[in-house]
Design a protein around this ligand. Structure first.
Ligand SMILES: [Zn+2]
Length: 438
């Protein structure tokens, strides 16, 4: 009796290989073109056990050695609607083919950005329907490395993956290592290459969550918070945030126009808590020791620009005004003498803060609001910022101000798009390579 059952058991084991089936297929878009890097998940409908893979460059996927059962097949990739096929029966020794044709699921939103006095700026913002809407959703969404890779690939190479070395199209996707190999120059590369994530060993899941936080936390987010939330060291978190701030830099190069307010302020002044060497490095503004002079230029109802200036002298301030404000615009400043001489190019009106703060339209209150946001962020979240890095915090606060009419998901989408084209090395960040400060 005993030998019989042993015999039956070993027979089952021996035939296991041939007893199993397989499932394969190709994923295509509405034009019949293959969809690479789509995430395919199969779920055994009886046991709920799932397996997943990514499609190859030809849009193909394969699940070998499957236990015969009824499966659900799910295809997901940014820009397309989720597609699920239920009741796919895989029987013993059979190879089942399930091809999947995805439908476009991307929404292109036209967002009108209010900008009174000048023409409304119309921007196209692409937000994937499956993109996360809240921080909780973002953390959950990016906890899946395959989905995160797909998400970032869609921003990185919207027209399809391309070799960063020789620009050859359709490289081979090595799914197990989540990298590509160029068919022409044979070089391998990851999705991080040539972006601000370049050469970073930090996972995309952590990068994307940090990007979400910096895009949307009103008063900013500190490296200590990021370190705690993502489980990385504070030094790593600090470097991540500095790289992300690079993606927040305004790439809308147009000059401000209409009614424009210009004002300066000083940031810092906590030098007494600093090491002597650090204190020496501080930029000193005219008359105000240990503080860094910052100029702000804001278009009423529009965008803000903020930059570190070496001092409050005429040449420094007027250079910024001419660089950022279109000639002929209405210009409002305080009575600082450094602004004298701009009346030839601008309709320049002055509010003397020694007399009053508002005289009809002549005031710099819009900018005052921005300064208080900026100072609250720096004091509350960052405690102290070194002058060398101050411009990055200015970029960060200006980004959130300039994108204030967007929702969290849309702001995040803009950051993702900018991430793709910018990179920052440790040397550049720490000053071993020159970094422009304006
Ligand atoms: Zn190549």
């Amino acid at each position: 009796m005993r030998s019989v059952s042993l015999f039956v058991l070993s027979a089952v084991l021996l035939s296991a290989q041939s007893f199993q089936g397989s499932l394969r297929g190709r994923v295509v878009d509405p034009n019949g073109a293959s969809v690479p890097v789509a995430k395919i998940t199969i779920v055994d409908e009886g046991t709920s056990i799932s397996r997943s893979t990514l499609t190859s460059n030809e849009g193909e996927y394969t699940f070998a050695s499957l236990t015969p059962a009824t499966y659900s097949v799910l295809a997901e990739t940014p820009g397309f609607k989720r597609l699920e096929r239920k009741g796919v029966v895989v029987s013993t020794q059979s190879s089942v083919t399930v091809d999947l044709a995805l439908e476009i699921g991307q929404v292109t939103e036209q967002i009108k950005v209010r900008n009174h006095l000048t023409h409304p700026r119309v921007r196209r913002i692409i937000v994937s329907m499956e993109a996360p809407k809240t921080l909780m959703e973002a953390i959950k969404y990016f906890s899946d490395p395959d989905r995160t890779l797909q998400f970032f690939v869609a921003y990185r190479w919207p027209k399809g993956v391309e070799c960063p070395y020789c620009e050859a199209k359709e490289p081979m996707f090595l799914a197990t290592r989540r990298i590509w190999k160029c068919r022409k120059c044979r070089k391998q590369f990851s999705v991080k290459i040539g972006t601000i994530f370049n050469e970073s060993p930090i996972g995309l899941d952590k990068w994307m969550t940090a990007a979400w936080l910096i895009a949307n936390c009103k008063n900013g987010v500190s490296s200590y918070e990021i370190a705690r939330d993502l489980g990385v060291t504070q030094k790593t978190a600090w470097f991540m945030l500095q790289r992300l701030r690079l993606a927040l830099q305004d790439d809308d190069g147009g000059k401000l126009s209409g009614e424009v307010e210009v004002d300066e302020t000083f940031i810092g002044g906590k030098a007494r808590n600093m090491h002597v060497e650090k204190r020496k490095r501080r930029i000193t503004g005219t008359g105000t020791k240990d503080k860094t002079a910052v100029i702000g230029i804001i278009e009423r109802g529009g965008r803000v620009r903020a930059a570190v200036v070496p001092n409050r002298r005429k040449s420094a301030l007027q250079h910024q005004v001419r660089k950022h404000v279109q000639a002929g615009s209405a210009l409002y400043t305080d009575a600082l003498l450094s602004y004298e001489g701009l009346a030839g190019e601008y309709a320049h009106q002055v509010i003397d803060h020694a007399v009053s703060y508002v005289d009809g339209a002549v005031h710099t209150n819009t900018l005052e609001n921005f300064w208080s946001l900026l100072k609250r962020g720096i004091a509350g979240t960052y405690v102290s910022v070194e002058p060398f890095h101050l411009f990055r915090y200015l970029d960060e606060q200006a980004f959130r101000y300039n994108e204030r009419e967007l929702n969290d998901s849309q702001r995040f989408s803009i950051v993702c798009k900018r991430i793709a084209g910018r990179r920052l090395t440790w040397n550049k960040l720490t000053g071993k390579e020159p970094t422009p400060t304006e």
